[in-house]
Design a protein around this ligand. Structure first.
Ligand code: HEC
Length: 166
């Protein structure tokens, strides 16, 4: 029983689980076993929501879910990635591929500066999707540039899941 509790504690599963952990400690102190068991089952199902094995991405996905996003779809993320979007701020349609390419396991090239952008796929570029601040910054900026608006929580999750699985 104690080992299980310790394992749960060492996982970085975000705020909801931290709350469970606090609750677990209290219940254990009170020897409230049936409730304790229930709470542990609930925290296991929270752990099962971790979707990608990348703790940074999983943490963001949890956050997007708390903002109303439902199940994430890499397929939808891939479609959004390729989609050309006309919007008022640009004379020609824009898409994520214009700077990063269709195959993100390969380098891209910035459409305006012509600078090389190293591959976005973590499978060929392990530094990708490892820094939350960087992901937030660029998703915000690139969604605005490409779609003419910020991405919704659902779209951000779909895109991240797609990128993570390339
Ligand atoms: C106008 C060019 C451009 C477009 C279009 C573009 N990006 Fe980017 N993107 C960049 C640049 C520049 C960086 C930062 C440089 C780098 O990390 O190599 C970046 C970085 C990122 C990162 C950071 C990844 C990490 O962990 O390092 C993500 C995520 C990302 N882009 C997603 C997208 C998505 C999704 C779209 C489409 C909605 C998109 N980008 C469209 C230029 C672009």
């Amino acid at each position: 029983m104690q080992t299980t509790l310790k394992n749960t504690g060492s996982n970085d599963l975000g705020k909801p689980v931290q709350q469970y952990r606090g609750l677990l400690t209290k219940l254990r102190a009170k020897k409230h076993w049936p409730t304790l068991l229930l709470v542990m089952l609930l925290s296991l199902s929270a752990a099962a929501q971790a979707q990608t094995g990348n703790p940074v991405v999983d943490h963001l996905l949890e956050e997007y879910q708390s903002q109303g996003a439902t199940n994430f779809s890499a397929a939808n993320g891939g479609r959004l990635w390729e989609q050309s979007v006309e919007h008022s701020k640009a004379p020609t349609a824009r898409s994520c591929t214009q700077c990063h390419g269709n195959d993100i396991r390969q380098s891209g090239k910035h459409i305006r500066t012509k600078r090389v952008i190293t591959p976005l796929a973590p499978s060929t570029n392990p530094e990708r999707l490892t820094r939350e601040k960087k992901i937030r910054k660029w998703l915000k900026r690139n969604c605005k540039w490409t779609l003419g608006r910020e991405c919704s929580a659902q779209e951000k999750g779909d895109l991240l899941l797609w990128i993570q699985t390339q």
